[in-house]
Design a protein around this ligand. Sequence first.
Ligand SMILES: Nc1ncnc2c1ncn2[C@@H]1O[C@H](COP(=O)(O)OP(=O)(O)OP(=O)(O)O)[C@@H](O)[C@H]1O
Ligand SMILES: [Mg+2]
Length: 494
Amino acid sequence: MKSTSIQFLELLHDGFCATDLNGIVLYANPRALELIKLEDYTAITLNFFRDVVKDENLIEEIKSKIAQESSISDIECNLFNRFREYFPVILTANYIRDYDGTPEGYLFLFKEMSAFKEMQVRLVQAQKMESIGLLASGIAHEFNNILSGIMPNAELIKMTTKEKANLARADMIHKASFRAANIVKQLLSFARIHEMDETEALVLNEAVSETLGILDKLFGKEIHLENRIPVDLPAIEANATQLQQVIMNLAINARDALEGSGRIIFSAEVFKNISKDQTLKPGDYIVLKVMDNGHGMTREVMEKIFDPFFTTKEPGKGTGLGLSTVYGIVKSLNGDIRVESEPDKGTRFNVYLPVSHSRLAKKESPDEVTESTSRNVMIIDDDLVVREMAGDLLDFLGHTVVKAETGEEGIELFRTQPSRFDLIIIDLIMPKMNGVTTMERIRAIDEKIKIVITSGVGHTNKKDEMLKKGADAYLQKPYSLDAFRSMFSDLFPE
Ligand SMILES: Nc1ncnc2c1ncn2[C@@H]1O[C@H](COP(=O)(O)OP(=O)(O)OP(=O)(O)O)[C@@H](O)[C@H]1O
Ligand SMILES: [Mg+2]
């Protein structure tokens, strides 16, 4: 019968070895054998130093430390298995001594750390993404303000000028600023502060086959797109447009990695997350798996793929915003995205999307846009450029505009002629009196007057709050003619 201490060692979840002074293993517990990938240590001469530690410097360090202090504890290092593959451990070791204290061997205890390390890497990655997100949102916010000055002006010049050369120039400015606005939009979806589109219950299989239908024609015959998603999976909670963006970006990246021919397979399964993994809340998910047999990635590339502007493609071929957008969308849906890849072995993205608790909605046809008739509008904004811009746009749409620089000024204008106005547009953030107070004071004069609160990108998540506080609508800067048009048709249905 085995002694109780040996029984205890055999149950231990950590590796344990006893060796002589040369490192020859005299006893190894089952976990140690599992880690070293060895069935029987008695059949061969296993030397812990030579075969498992391997690193000469580390061997020296262990030996000399134990000689001085009799033990070492909690050393983070790599050990090697029989196939020379390393595994990260935390190692503790000390002398075995005989009855008069003379060292006669070593005891090694090692805790395998792969899972922990992996989680740590994910956590560090999540923290890195969080801080890049902050930076990206700051830049996007600034750019958005600048674009507020450029875009509508170019649009107005285009619509009013008759001179051909200027028309072409204005068109170029408009197109370039439109591209810039698109980059800003992608950055914002990465930084997760853009206006969150509403989510609904969606059937993943349908969403994927719709998108693949479009891509199939674009990708050509040599690229095989396959949808293996079971039709009977529970619905996911997402926004249809955003989900399409995720599927498109992953498919296009896979196509690029195939370099001409290969396969892209979409599959999915239910995943119940019970772990306390800090990057994914416990709950029910669908994992969407996107696999390709393309050129794959090195570990170095894999660590950076979600960073905005990281690309390995030639200049002009990729902006490096595809996966950052995907990351932002997936995170904003309370999901997660993970990647497995090796050079020349293909790539697999696993996208975790939460299962929906709402009912599947029926598809509706979009509302028709109607042209609105002339209205009297007051615009209250402390920023001269924005005020003028909004004025010009409203003017162009055929409305009459009165401008005020502060809340107080706007209130005064309204007090003297309350019946003159159909609508008041108020900037949310103003130095003296803010938009909400201004709105409340104006409503105290006439509770029925229509009020729109407007703000820059950093505050877009305020939409619901503003509607709750009584605004009739919320308008996001930078302004565009279309946004104004549809705002009028929503506020004044004809
Ligand atoms: N399926 C894949 N196989 C191999 N490498 C990939 C795959 N998907 C992404 N990558 C790598 O990740 C990088 C970043 O991808 P991302 O979609 O963010 O940008 P991009 O495709 O380079 O440019 P953009 O999407 O903005 O046009 C790519 O340049 C590529 O190196
Ligand atoms: Mg891409």
